[in-house]
Design a protein around this ligand. Sequence first.
Ligand code: UTP
Ligand code: MG
Length: 978
Amino acid sequence: MPARGRSRGSMFVICDVCTSTISSAEEYDRHMAGKKHNEKLQAYLEKKRVAECSIFVKGFPPRTEENELVLYFQNFGPINKIVMETHEKKKLPARFCIIEFGSKEGATKAVEYEPHILNSSRLTVRPRSFRELKLQPYFPWEKEKEEKESRMLPWNRGEEDEDVNEMGPGPGFGGQPQLPSLLGAGPGPFRGGHPGDEQFYMDDNFDQGGGFGGGGQWIEGGGRGGGFGGRGRFGGGRGGLLGNSPGPDFGGRGGPDFGGRRGPDFGGRGGPDFGGRGGPPGGYPGPSGGNYGNFGRDPPTPLGPPKSIFDLKVGEGTKRMKGMPSLPGMGKKARKGKGADDPQDPLPVTIVELKKKCNENTCITIQSQMTYLVDLIQASPEELQQRYYICKVLEQALSPFFPGVTVNQFGSSVNGFGLKGCDMDVYLGLDKIGISVRSTNIDLPYTRDVHSLKKTSGPLQQADVDGMTNGDKCKLISRILIEHAPACSNTQIIPSTRCPIIRFKHESSGIKCDLSLDNQLALQNTRLLQALSQYDPRIKPLVYAVRYWGRLKHLAGNIKTGPRMSNYALTLMVVYYLQNTNPVTLPTIQSLADLSSTKTIIGPWDCSFVGSNFIPPTHNVQTCEELLAGFFKFFSHFDFKANALSIRTGSVLPVAKITLDNTMKLAPINIQDPFVLDHNVTQNMNETIRELMIKEFNIAAYKAERWQAIEFAQTKSLIDVLDDRVPEGFDETLALSSIPGIKLGEYQFLVELKAPALSPQLLRTLEAEGNMYLAWCKKMMGFLYTVIEKIMMFNCETVSTNMPDVCIKSRKYDHSAMSERSLKRGLKRPHSVVEESGDGESSIQEETSEEVLVDPRTELYKNAEFYIDMNTYIMCRIWAERKKIGNMLKERGFTDSMELEQTISERLYYDNHYENKSPIMEMRIIMKSVILNNRAEIMVDVSGPPGQGEFHCVYHYLKKFTLKLAEKFFDAQELPPL
Ligand code: UTP
Ligand code: MG
């Protein structure tokens, strides 16, 4: 049998206890009877016993003392030992501890008891993780089976990752002194560190400095220490295995090794690799029966890397294999707290149900289907009633401490756009604290770490509340809820400078609630959406369809679950689209503010529109169907890279301008908060989600466009845009091209203006030129010419340009005779260029015969503000040995710069490779500026006469090299006068 995947026809068994391999029957007997093995076995059994008497505890507040924990937990049985988490370098409070009881019973009782509340905090108590070892040696492939089984332990199920992440640099306590740490002393931060404590999640606003690190898994019994501490990309964990092997073990799985277990796994143990010869040698003492049937079988198929981002459905793969990169939106933050398989709340109705129900109810038109969808998924009156009841619970729990506190709902549960089961958003009004009707004082919960409050008993007064930081208020409120509102469970604090949140779940209804402190602004935008939802009967079906679509496509949902859009952001996109439909449907917020007679100023901004109940009637007569199709079409063409959406003005804000003025944090998609103008509602987005969104907008637009076709008149349905089918004829490359509507040829690339990457000084200089885009294009054109002519040392003969001052030769060369010939040859262009304008028209320019007199390629730059068309001659391969010379020069003290790049080229040109007698290759390079709706780029079009095999490689080198240099050195280049 071929030994595919298994290493080179040999075999061995593994002794887990000693972390060593045994390769023959004699060695097996000797090993099992040996002193070393038996000592380790005894040590392991003792550890196992200790682990069974121990519990893991987290969730207590900072400054909780050891003796408080002991006092509390000794209620469950006598305690032998307590070990608090410590930090090697930073002096940080312990986040968890291990408590060892005198007997198993104590540990069992403590684990079974619920709830544990200490110092006003709800504790998490779990059996101490312990990874059992096989006491009998076993064949390598049996490991996998056992691994799976061990994961089925109740406390391992779905929580393994959490443990891995939160357990910091284990100090190694509890370990046998003579053994290496059993407790995973991995120093490397896992994902760069995180706040660790489950109660403190990071959100986009939480500027977390460093975190606690955390690395090696704290699992007793060895086997994994080195593993999760990380070999792969997470840095070097050095958790010891039970034995003495520092081998990579399962460590490889934390890393980018898509092959999973195959490679580094067993080989890493340092033992000889004997597997896979088709059967164990006769008489070999098969470990636990030895799985002979499987011996020599193919290893489990490793998971390959994902084919493209679109193969990965966000939310689909929480059970990803170790070693797989995490999915977009499915990072640790996303997985935590939400349940591994449920990154988003479930949808009130699945698409299959929707289809069935539409059929049952004979909803034929898209309009009726959209209205029906609203009925199916909108929050019911009972549900809304329940939310008011939860507010009452909160008020009752909090008012003894904060007399006069108000509990106010905002967000989708009251703005008219709530889906069934949606979260509930509440803010507490703490600005009108009055006199308590209570005659007696009430003890405050644990306040040892609430530094901005000096009291230990309430009720509090306005001055006390005003003196507290938001963080402290959150701590205090969450603890009050833990002690006095048992109906609220899973209380967590999500810190943020802008808006910290206390999150909990109302136990009996299952409703999740986000509680924030004074939040006038959220109240205002809730009012805006409320007004909108009632303004026009078409808006509700439109928003619901879009929200539902966003959720189905995993684009939108809850901001808590990763870098997706909030539903609020998606609703704002609908508002923006409505502001832009023709004839204008919605007035801009700016103009509404003008309509209002009384001014409302929030922060520095005029928010009078909130007070203006008057929204002029619309002249728009489009149907819901047309609006929905229009929405998809609008955003499928929208240039997100160059423009931010301003709801306030109903127009775009150029990203370059925002960068220049530094008015708001930029992200791959930018939507300015209509109230807080320096807040980007989508600041947590990432590029992957943007690309996914653009693709989905394009698919939906393509499908919705077909609704107009006569042949679909009978069969069209809302389901078309909601389901996952990608229609035939849909051109994905067009959807993903970087200029909406333009498809680049094979040998064309763009150098884009990425304003956020430029220095403020340069932006200001460009701006001062009058037209920033024009100025950038000119400068970039000059830069690119320099890179090609001076750094890549192509001999350049200009065919045509409107920038003669840029096209200057930096050294002596003359190819005028040759250029005549080449110019003609350059006309024969091997690759066609397809250009598609925004309105879908496309023109294909293809060269047809040698005798073309008018050069069709001059068409390329006919209307460009700037262009250079040149024939270039490559006289020396300045890329060969470039790195070597570069490193050598850097060792001599040269630093990265354009000058260094030039020196390297000159070295190669004059000293190493020399100039060729005749050109190695001739290429025609056309560069032209493209300035479109607040964006600017230079398109570089390269062509070489057919039959030059090297051309393809040189093109790609040219592209990579110029883009790299532009990124690194463009900023520092001098600006040519306009
Ligand atoms: P949510 O993300 O909960 O949105 O924000 P939502 O509209 O309630 O939708 P779902 O159904 O829960 O997903 C709650 C409210 O917080 C404000 C808005 O008022 C929003 O309705 N908010 C949210 C902002 O002001 N800015 C943001 O960036 C996000
Ligand atoms: Mg909400």
